[in-house]
Design a protein around this ligand. Sequence first.
Ligand code: SF4
Ligand code: SF4
Length: 395
Amino acid sequence: MVFASLFDLVSPSSSPWRQTRGHVDMATSAARVFASGRGTSLVPQTLKEMRAAPPNTKVTSAKEENARRRRALDGLGVPSFDAHLQENGLEVLRREPATILQVNVGLYCNQACSHCHVESSPLRTEMLSDEVAERIVELARASPNVSTVDLTGGAPEMNNCFRYLVEKCREMDLEVIDRCNLTVLQEPNQEDLAGFLADHRVHVVASLPCYSASNVDQQRGYGVFERSIDGIRKLNTLGYGKEGTGLVLDLVYNPVGAFLPPSQKALELAYKQELLDAYGIVFNNLITITNMPIKRFADYLHRNGEMQSYMQLLLDNFNTKAVHGVMCKDLVSVGWDGQIYDCDFNQQLGMGMQGGKTVFDIDSLDELTGQRVHTGSHCFGCTAGQGSSCSGATL
Ligand code: SF4
Ligand code: SF4
């Protein structure tokens, strides 16, 4: 039965939080959250869990730490990504005209998920300045190929300039994506957020790595599942996820362990059925994203001695067809400090675009067309199996 086998894939016997959040009794998690202060901030609970599991949620943003991690990845004996492309008869990656401008608005988040490739948490303070935000709007206006502005974080809505960017980009009739963690909709001072998103017809892409409360809480924190379901209900009430409204709500699945995502289409069917039957909620599309072997997920792999085997899994599943859909070809990623990268993963590894440019060094994203993409061992995460990008499977 397809449903049972998919459930196995989203319910592995070992997951990042099982070792680091063992103090949470997952069997009673869903029941207890109803008495745990839903409707109040999640931040105190997140901080409590971070204190209980400091190695998994440590704040590491220093350049030296990024360099150490890159060296650790490179030291695994994984072949050079560029050389592997050429051995398979493919060209090295070069940038095409940018159609998506992705902005990391800041690293503050009310959650501290075990797989977070940004290492966000309530302890992070890095945020976009007004000056950088205004420059981003100018660049979007000066880049005729850009059709989408993709706002990510952290919890982007809790960072400075989020609403400014939404308003300005919608005025230009650009599609705006909000990468929403759902629990933010219940944070104090965010009571009007869902209405703001609907009023500006923002495309919401929300994380829900499983339709099981225990698995979501293991990966994302105690009580997150129930708060997420409440968040989807709130969005549904406004029309999100419903036919004919034009208000798009997509959900994101990523594996809760060291394995590749299952078929996106098959998992979408299972998600839709389960969430409708159990909670009466609806959404448009399911996006499956492969876990990248960087940041917290890399720490998890190292702790469990699984880094080598995970990299081998990515390599064994290298798919030449998936190379054509990698997002770095037509996406530009901007950090909270205005630095420009080929993708969000490179941003988190501190691997700047050629020439180390910032938003103040260019007048249009079109100037970047033709540049060679800065690649590394982590790129095998985008080309394994059905391919992976911020928009989900690429095949
Ligand atoms: S909600 Fe997103 S940004 Fe926040 S900690 Fe989780 S994965 Fe990271
Ligand atoms: S990790 Fe970034 S640079 Fe590498 S293939 Fe994926 S999108 Fe491109």
